[in-house]
Design a protein around this ligand. Structure first.
Ligand SMILES: Nc1nc2c(c(=O)[nH]1)N=C([C@H](O)[C@H](O)COP(=O)(O)OP(=O)(O)OP(=O)(O)O)CN2
Length: 149
């Protein structure tokens, strides 16, 4: 059977700061992030199986991303764990403060999301993560492709 790709898109609101950046992005600011995830696989050929004809059920894909990424990052403030803002903002002030051990750029956050998604796919045969795109603004996004890695 032919292999093909299926894609699902998600979005959420999130703030971040790029400490040390030489432009305006060193300030705390927010974006509507859009994550697009594409899976490659062969449709299940098993009449009677509830997933017959699907590479991966869009609903299962939704659960993977919503439960593990969107629920955690939506309306979060993402700061590097040595951010200068940590003198002023704590989890008491902002219950959705997420600290990262990397600079929270579009690229680095996308790498974290790819790792999360891949860990959730372990044990699922016939399908793999093909690519993912994280859009930060109307004109800026980062992309990851399995073939590049
Ligand atoms: N390679 C990266 N460069 C920048 C990142 C990033 O994550 N990776 N992030 C920022 C800022 O956080 C923010 O996204 C601003 O980006 P920019 O595209 O410059 O946004 P603008 O709205 O100013 O751009 P327009 O072209 O006017 O839409 C900066 N760089």
């Amino acid at each position: 059977m032919a292999r093909l790709r299926v894609t699902k898109q998600f979005d959420w609101e999130m703030a971040h700061a790029l400490d040390g950046h030489d432009g305006k992005c060193h300030n705390i600011h927010g974006h509507t992030y859009e994550l697009s995830v594409t899976f490659l696989g062969t449709p299940i050929d098993d009449p009677g199986n509830p997933k017959d004809g699907m590479v991966i059920d869009f609903s299962d894909l939704k659960s993977i991303v919503k439960d593990n990424i969107v629920k955690r990052f939506d309306h979060a403030l993402v700061l590097r764990n040595n951010s200068r803002f940590l003198d002023k903002i704590t989890e008491d002030d902002n219950e959705r403060l997420i600290l990262t051990d990397y600079q929270p750029t579009c690229e680095m956050m996308l790498l974290e999301y790819v790792e999360i998604i891949q860990s959730q796919l372990k044990g699922i045969k016939n399908v793999s993560l093909h690519s993912a795109r994280l859009r930060e603004t109307k004109t800026s996004f980062a992309e990851w492709f399995a073939n590049d890695n």
